[in-house]
Design a protein around this ligand. Sequence first.
Ligand SMILES: Nc1nc2c(ncn2[C@@H]2O[C@H](COP(=O)(O)OP(=O)(O)OP(=O)(O)O)[C@@H](O)[C@H]2O)c(=O)[nH]1
Ligand SMILES: [Zn+2]
Length: 204
Amino acid sequence: MAVVFVAASKLPTPFAEFTMHGFLDEETGKEHIALTLGEIADGEPVLARLHSECLTGDALFSQRCDCGAQLHAALQAIAAEGRGVLLYLRQEGRGIGLLNKIRAYQLQDGGADTVEANELLGFAADLRDYSICKPMLDYLGVKSLKLMTNNPRKVSAMKGFGVLISERKPLQVGENPYNALYLATKADKLGHLLGRQHQDEHHD
Ligand SMILES: Nc1nc2c(ncn2[C@@H]2O[C@H](COP(=O)(O)OP(=O)(O)OP(=O)(O)O)[C@@H](O)[C@H]2O)c(=O)[nH]1
Ligand SMILES: [Zn+2]
């Protein structure tokens, strides 16, 4: 079982006209997408975002999280550079799925934080598996990333799969009164690098 390429098309957006590549994970049946811009298979580091699905933030303007603002900012940055890749990964709710995320939000409405809510539902805090990224990047010919993320787990996961990370670019956008506690919990319990002191990190 593998993640296989199925079809590609143009995807015009307000930011740029991307190429959209569709992939099927034959093991889970999940359908993932890569948006690409420019020449990315030349071996040079590629501006990249590995974005986990958040229907509420990405499509419904939710302010409970920072996902929509991060998606917007990442596409804008790729368009400004004229070159890059965004993998849109269908691992909603850090891998627990949309309906369980709503259950988790209900628990958070009652006072739990985002990690406690997952645990109360019997899930680990973060169930995402980034191994799906590797065959997608291989298909696209991308070998090295300038990765837009605050999440060190994404950096170490990619390195573990042999993908070079030339640079981590912080992506701190979309903070608001509704997601302040959520972002603080990500920093405290999930290791996200959200302090003001974090500058771009260069890796060898
Ligand atoms: N279980 C759960 N998932 C959430 C909650 N809030 C947001 N999410 C999910 O968290 C994920 C966030 O994905 P990303 O923005 O790609 O990843 P990240 O770990 O925040 O790292 P960054 O690259 O720094 O943004 C999405 O799958 C959201 O659906 C929550 O309260 N509970
Ligand atoms: Zn979100």
